[in-house]
Design a protein around this ligand. Structure first.
Ligand SMILES: CC(C)(COP(=O)(O)OP(=O)(O)OC[C@H]1O[C@@H](n2cnc3c(N)ncnc32)[C@H](O)[C@@H]1OP(=O)(O)O)[C@@H](O)C(=O)NCCC(=O)NCCS
Length: 192
C-alpha cells in the first residue's frame, strides 16, 4: 500500500466528520406510473395528508384506494406519471382525473402533483407538470383545472401561474383542517 493510500484510509474519526458532504446529483427520469409504484405514491401523498393543508384529505389513503384510482385512470387513458431517481426511488408523481363524472365534462380534467418532500424546490415539479400537460394534450383533453388550497400552497400557485393557468375564482372557508378554515383557489388552463 502506498503511503498516501494508507493515510487516506486511516484518517482519524474527527477528520472524517469534517469532510464536505457528498454531492449527490439530482437526476431523474419521467415515465408512466406502474401498479408497483403505488406504495411509494401512497407514502408521498400521505405525508401531505398528515402534515399540510395542501390536500383537504385528513385520513391516510389506503393502498387499495391508491391502486383503484390508478387502475381507473389507466382505463380512461389519462396520463399518470412518476419521476424516478437514478437509484429507482419514486421522487414524485402527477396525474389528471375527470373534473366531473357527468358526460359533457369529458374533455375537462383536474390535475394532481405531489413530490417527495426532499425533492421539492429543485425544479422537478416544473418538469413533471410540463410533461403532464403535454401528455394531457396528446390524450385529447382540452381543459385542466387546478384546485389549490389558499394557504400553504404558494409553490403550487406560482408553478401553475407560470404554466399559464389563470385564476378563475376562489372559494372561501370550504375546508376545515388543523382547527382552521381554509379556502381554495381555482385555476384553469386551456390546452386548445
Ligand atoms: C408544488 C410542487 C409540485 C412544485 O414543485 P417544485 O419542484 O417544488 O417547484 P419548482 O422547484 O419547479 O419551482 C416552481 C416555482 O415555484 C417557486 N417556489 C418554490 N417554492 C416556493 C414557495 N414556497 N413559495 C413561492 N414560490 C415557490 C420556485 O421558485 C419556482 O419559480 P421560479 O421558476 O420562478 O424560480 C412541489 O413543491 C410539491 O410537491 N409541493 C407539495 C405538494 C403540493 O403542494 N402539491 C400541489 C397540490 S395543489
Amino acid at each position: 500500500m502506498l503511503e498516501e493510500e494508507y493515510q487516506a484510509t486511516n484518517r482519524p474519526v474527527g477528520a472524517q466528520r469534517n469532510l464536505p458532504p457528498l454531492e449527490v446529483p439530482f437526476e431523474y427520469s419521467i415515465r408512466d406510473a406502474r401498479l408497483e409504484d403505488m406504495p411509494d405514491i401512497r407514502e408521498i401523498y400521505n405525508h401531505y395528508v398528515a402534515n399540510s393543508t395542501v390536500t383537504f384529505d385528513e385520513v391516510a389513503q389506503s393502498l387499495r384506494e391508491t391502486r383503484a384510482k390508478f387502475q381507473h385512470l389507466k382505463k380512461l387513458g389519462m396520463p399518470y406519471l412518476v419521476a424516478e431517481s437514478a437509484g429507482q426511488q419514486i421522487l414524485g408523481y402527477a396525474y389528471v382525473y375527470p373534473w366531473k363524472e357527468k358526460a359533457a365534462y369529458r374533455f375537462t380534467v383536474e390535475n394532481s402533483i405531489y413530490l417527495r418532500a426532499a425533492s421539492t424546490g429543485k425544479g422537478l415539479g416544473t418538469v413533471l407538470m410540463g410533461e403532464l400537460i403535454l401528455r394531457s394534450k396528446q390524450a385529447g383533453l382540452k381543459e385542466i383545472i387546478a384546485v389549490i388550497a389558499d394557504r400553504g400552497a404558494d409553490a403550487s400557485i406560482k408553478m401553475h401561474r407560470d404554466f399559464g393557468f389563470k385564476e378563475i375564482g376562489r372559494m372561501g372557508k370550504v375546508g376545515f383542517k388543523f382547527d382552521r378554515w381554509l379556502g381554495t383557489v381555482l385555476m384553469q388552463k386551456s390546452l386548445k
